[in-house]
Design a protein around this ligand. Structure first.
Ligand code: SIN
Length: 485
């Protein structure tokens, strides 16, 4: 199916075929459900191990020629891909919103965010510099150059069906790697459309293939067993990331893992409360709380705790929950029944141990959960230990800076942390001591294509975004030249 057709047929309950080794595969399909209606609205190819082997052979062969293309050529294709994604921003946003429930306006924002990675790596492709360095021998010349690491296997999550693909794929393609993407079972359509747009702008066959599967295990086994796949890049949960890290060890693949988080947000008593509430809202309720960098613990200094709780509750009460296809909707449904059950479990556990619901605290039906603020949250509650991945803001209190830092760092996770203060010295002091890969100072939404994204401790390995994201797909080659003496 042509890219333009793919974009047109979304309403028709049609089939979306994965294109592997240049050919559409339609043997078997699996259904895709719209979380807002819980109705099946499309079917996509259900790839198996045989399809995975076909994709593997195609990526191996494409890599041999793709790695030899010039950076300028690759940059040109990436620029064209960027333009095509932006030209189809609304249609892509519609597909994305339909398969994961993200409100349309936010989904449009995600497409622009996704495209920004493509644009950035189109530019970075031509900046893969080497170095020369001196030798102690007069007749020797020493060079270090950067080369594509090899074919890549990318496993991407459902919460950002477009941006988590381009954040991995664009730097890989820019570096000269070929990529096989295994998108989340819930959100295969955005992935297939992105790949079709790549082919439509002239992306060579086999350079980017999307292997959709209801059961990812047989497909992944082929990739992990293969010594040709030189790099794994994964965004998802910490337990799954750990398993994939182990499986990658057998063939010593390079690995990038963007795993779970449990972000603290520290609000100091000198904060402008309205602005702090605004940043917490951006941070917590983006994507209905379904992001790895959403705050899961909001620590407020005691002297302003009541005032902050009241203002936050008012803002949360005003959030517009509803049909994601409406442009004024701010909170859509959760992605599936498991996601809803987890949110409900966290709130029930917290209230059974003494937390108080200031606003929300229930499901109005379907996969929706009313945006919630909890106060009197205490250690020992599930919500402080696991990622909730839902629209629930737990409030805690602290007395001084030392206590705030200690509480913020008291977790195995280390992805993102936030603080709000007007005291510049404190902002610097605290941000230096937070054991996290990302710190937002008075900024609840720091993610941007130019910046390094990634965590420490149980939140993973490596960085995506900016010049750092490109390094993950490059390997260094040392060449020693001995001249005739
Ligand atoms: C994520 O939740 O994994 C990505 C969020 C972001 O890019 O800000």
């Amino acid at each position: 199916m042509e890219a333009t057709q793919m974009l047109e047929v979304l309403e028709g309950g049609r089939r979306y075929d994965a294109v592997i080794a240049g050919r559409p595969i339609s043997r078997r399909t699996f259904p895709v459900t719209n979380p807002a209606t819980q109705n099946v609205f499309a079917h996509v190819t259900d790839c198996d191990a045989e399809d995975a082997i076909l994709a593997l052979r195609a990526t191996e062969s494409a890599f041999e020629s793709w790695k030899q293309t010039t950076a300028t050529y690759r940059a040109g294709l990436l620029k064209a891909w960027h333009a095509e994604i932006m030209r189809n921003q609304d249609a892509l946003a519609h597909a994305l919103s339909s398969e994961m429930g993200k409100p349309f306006t936010e989904a449009r924002g995600e497409i622009a965010y996704a495209a920004a990675y493509v644009e950035l790596y189109a530019e970075e492709a031509t900046r893969v510099y080497g170095e020369t360095f001196p030798s102690q021998h007069a007749n020797k010349r020493l060079l270090a150059s950067r080369q594509a690491v090899g074919p890549v296997y990318a496993i991407t999550p459902w919460n950002f069906p477009a941006a988590m693909i381009t954040r991995k794929v664009a730097p890989a393609l820019a570096a000269g790697c070929t990529v096989i993407v295994k998108p989340a079972e819930q959100t295969p359509i955005t992935a297939l459309i992105l790949a079709s747009l790549w082919l439509a702008v002239g992306g060579p066959e086999g350079t980017l293939q999307v292997v959709t599967a209801a059961d990812p295990l047989p497909v992944s086994k082929v990739m992990f067993d293969s010594p040709s796949i030189r790099k794994l890049t994964f965004t998802g949960s910490t337990p799954v990331g750990r398993k994939l890290y182990e499986q990658s060890a057998r063939t010593l693949k390079r690995v990038s893992l963007e795993l779970g988080g449990h972000a603290p947000f520290l609000i100091f008593e000198d904060a402008d409360i309205d602005r702090a509430v605004h940043e917490v809202m951006l941070c917590k309720f983006r994507n209905a709380g379904q992001t790895c960098v959403c705050t899961n613990r909001i620590y407020v200094q005691r002297s302003i705790a009541d005032k902050f709780a009241a203002r936050l509750s008012e803002a949360v009460r005003n959030l517009k929950v509803g049909d994601p296809s409406r442009t004024d909707t701010q909170i859509g449904p959760l992605v599936d029944g498991d996601a809803l059950a987890k949110v409900q479990r966290h709130v029930d556990d917290a209230t059974s141990k003494g937390a108080k619901i200031l606003v929300g605290g229930s499901s109005p039906g379907g996969l929706y959960y009313t945006p919630t603020v909890l106060s009197n949250v205490q250690p020992g509650m599930l919500i402080l230990e696991e990622e909730t991945f839902g629209p629930v803001a737990p409030l805690l209190v602290f007395d001084d800076e030392e206590e705030a830092i200690a509480k913020a760092n008291d977790t195995p996770y280390g992805l993102a942390a936030y603080l709000y203060t007007r005291d510049l010295s404190r902002a610097m002091r605290v941000s230096e001591r937070l054991e996290y890969g990302i710190v937002g100072v008075n900024d609840g939404a720091p993610s941007t294509a130019q910046a390094p994204f990634g965590g420490v401790k149980d939140s993973g390995l490596g960085r995506e975004g900016g010049k750092w994201g490109l390094e993950e797909f490059l390997t260094i080659k040392f060449v020693s030249f001995a001249l005739d003496s």
